[in-house]
Design a protein around this ligand. Structure first.
Ligand SMILES: [Zn+2]
Length: 292
């Protein structure tokens, strides 16, 4: 009997929950608002309400399969860093009631099934990698969402990337020619030139400097990945921001460049999080069965 895999994508406004079959298709889905109905609720109550809704959605999607917990697994993607050894959310800027919570453990305890916690960017990257069939070789995913994230795989193995404490990743900094100070305290981060507060029309204007920072970082990533690699660029802002969208389309249309990876536009859209979370969780279920 195939295992039942549920992917959960905790977004800043919506939590998406989906049951995903063994070839990566969504067979059923649920969604609910990320925030408590009353924004003023204390963090403990907001967390309880969140857990109540999430457990309800998971149970609905499991249906009768909940009787065989050993063959079910849930992957949960959250918008911030996680501690994968304790299944704890380290920091979730937009959903502060999740900070420091052992989200994986709480869901596992209430549903009786195994949970894998991951960052949303890791989940999205896994979905994009699978969608374009780039599961061998070097693969990078640059994502413009609430913040700017990047993850890299060598085949299916995540590549450890350098960062200075909680500052932005070293590979997402444009270099010493870019002096703008970032919210993380460093200077030259791509985030400082293309800030997350892009809803603000004035800051969304692409300056020549912002464009140069973007080009510099993308070139750096393409050289890291090399001629055989693939760099997929995605996230909500990659289509909503006109300037960014045009530039990504331009890069994707380019021919091959010696020593540089190809650039592709992300294809999974809003489903990247649930598909990737399910894919990582399925990998865990399969490894566990292989041991039995
Ligand atoms: Zn920074």
């Amino acid at each position: 009997m195939p295992g039942v895999v549920i992917g959960v994508d905790v977004g800043g406004t919506t939590v998406r929950v989906a049951r995903v079959d063994d070839v990566g298709r969504i067979t059923a889905r649920r969604a609910f608002p990320s925030h408590a109905e009353e924004a003023s609720l204390p963090a403990d109550e907001a967390f309880e309400q969140f857990i109540f809704r999430l457990v309800g959605a998971i149970r609905e999607l499991l249906g009768g399969s909940a009787d065989a917990p050993g063959s079910c697994v849930v992957g949960i993607a959250v918008p911030g860093p996680v501690d994968t050894t304790t299944e704890t959310v380290r920091r979730c800027t937009n959903l502060s009631f999740l900070n420091g919570r052992t989200l994986g453990g709480v869901i596992a305890a209430r549903t009786g099934i195994e949970v894998v916690l991951m960052t949303d960017i890791a989940a999205a990257a896994r979905a994009e990698q699978a969608a374009i069939g780039a599961e061998s070789g070097r693969f990078g995913h640059l994502r413009f969402g609430t913040g700017i994230g990047y993850v890299e795989f060598d085949g299916l193995i995540p590549v450890e990337l350098l960062r200075d404490g909680d500052a932005h990743l070293d590979v997402l900094r444009a270099g010493s020619a870019f002096a703008q100070v970032c919210v993380c305290g460093l200077s030259g981060c791509l985030e400082a030139y293309l800030p997350s507060s892009w809803h603000d029309e004035e800051r969304r204007n692409w300056t020549a400097e912002a464009a140069a920072a973007f080009e510099t970082v993308v070139l750096r990533l393409r050289r890291r990945l090399g001629g055989e690699g693939v760099l997929v660029i995605g996230g909500g802002r990659s289509t909503a921001d006109r300037h960014l969208a045009q530039r990504i389309d331009g890069l994707a249309a380019e021919g091959e460049m010696p020593g540089q990876s190809r650039v592709r536009r992300a294809v999974c859209g809003d489903d990247a999080g649930v598909l990737g979370a399910a894919s990582v969780a399925r990998g865990m279920l399969e490894r566990r069965r292989a041991r039995l």
